[in-house]
Ligand binder design. Structure first.
Ligand code: ATP
Ligand code: MG
Length: 355
């Protein structure tokens, strides 16, 4: 029987509420599909920061290193600046564990209306470059506090970084029988970094993935196409900033944040990958037990997929779809009045019904 070591960081706000349901679901999946997860919980959140002056202990990264995967909830608290929560917890994990792929499925779910008038089924994935690009700490301020104040923020794109994300997207398409990869930049305006991206992505696609159709758009045009004809995409490939924006747009066109999962993936598997819902800690609804746990549960399914437990991952997604198809149990964000726990319970029941 396969056994996996899982680090669980539930985080702040609704993080622990939705995580509780994801852990119940994982527990049921283990028993049904015959594998074992050894979960260890780490209470590294804003509360921890207020007590210790740091987001994780000094040897935190060292302690996480040997896990097979990290299941993450959400982080964010009004008492702690966002720079701290992001740069001291999430970024070190993403960067040091070489999680250079941010993977987000954009998929219509049954019974969840899209805000788009064209109600056709939407099903594509976004590969967002997750380790370099526009989100860099390179830069600084000149003439701080003076009238002529200047900020410089450097975008860093490397040939190796561009090639590996292109390969990850191409390999995924091939492995899943998809036919087309779409890349987005703004190389007519961001002429240094984005041209490098365009050149090397198109070269890798031509040299290594000749069987796939490949197209390139300016990101502003692609944003419009996401709204006008989202059905025409299969694998979308974008840099850190553009991928971030397109991912939220993607989650918007299929029904919202409470339903959107993501993976921060290290394809080489030399360090753990991390799976987390797209939403944040949602302080406005935290503590009320009404958050939708689907994004967290689906993130746990992506984790199982990454670990190779395909059957269990499929079972969980099908259970989510069955509950939404039936429609009796819905949290507030999708038009019902069920609690977080009731939604978790309904998904558990649906899993058990599937042999
Ligand atoms: P953070 O600073 O942690 O990113 P935020 O408030 O900026 O928090 P989100 O936490 O993503 O951003 O929340 C945005 C909105 O979506 C909020 O109104 C929140 O209540 C709602 N929301 C987010 N996640 C869920 C969920 N799982 N279920 C229901 N509503 C949610
Ligand atoms: Mg936010």
């Amino acid at each position: 029987m396969n056994t996996y070591q899982i680090a669980v960081i539930a985080g702040d706000g609704i993080g622990p509420e939705v995580m509780e349901q994801a852990l119940r679901v994982l527990n049921a999946a283990e028993r049904q599909d015959n594998f074992r997860l050894e979960c260890k919980e780490f209470s590294w959140n804003s509360e921890y920061y207020l007590k210790h002056g740091r987001m994780m202990p000094e040897d935190g990264m060292e302690r996480l290193k040997s896990f097979d995967a990290i299941l993450f909830g959400a982080i964010g608290d009004a008492r702690v600046p966002d720079e701290v929560t992001i740069w001291e917890l999430i970024m070190p994990i993403r960067k040091q564990f070489r999680q250079y792929v941010n993977f987000r499925p954009v998929k219509s779910l049954p019974g969840i209306p899209s805000p788009l008038a064209n109600g056709d089924h939407i099903d594509f994935v976004i590969f967002r470059e997750n380790a370099e690009g526009e989100y860099s700490d390179s830069g600084g301020r000149l003439y701080a506090g003076q009238e002529g104040e200047i900020a410089v923020q450097n975008t860093i794109m490397t040939r190796a970084g561009v090639e590996r994300i292109a390969r990850a997207a191409g390999s995924y398409a091939e492995k899943h029988g998809l036919k087309k990869v779409t890349s987005a930049t703004k190389s007519n305006a961001v002429i240094h970094a984005n041209k490098l991206w365009d050149e090397h992505v198109s070269r890798v696609m031509a040299e290594e993935f000749g069987g796939l159709e490949f197209e390139q758009y300016y990101v502003d045009a692609l944003a419009a196409y996401f709204v006008q004809r989202p059905q025409s995409f299969e694998v979308v490939l974008a840099s850190n900033l553009f991928g971030d924006i397109l991912s939220d747009l993607g989650s918007g066109i299929v029904g919202g944040l409470g339903l959107s999962p993501s993976g921060n993936i290290n394809p080489e598997k030399d360090y753990p990958s991390m799976f987390e819902p797209v939403h944040g800690s949602a302080p406005d609804i935290a503590g009320k037990g009404i958050a939708n746990p689907i994004a967290q549960i689906w993130s746990a399914a992506l984790m199982l997929e990454h670990l190779g437990e395909h059957k269990a991952a499929k079972r969980i997604l099908e259970a989510i779809e069955a509950v939404l198809t039936e429609g009796a149990v819905r949290t507030k964000d999708i038009g019902g009045d069920a609690t977080t726990a009731q939604m978790g319970e309904a998904i558990l029941l649906a899993m058990k019904k599937k042999k």
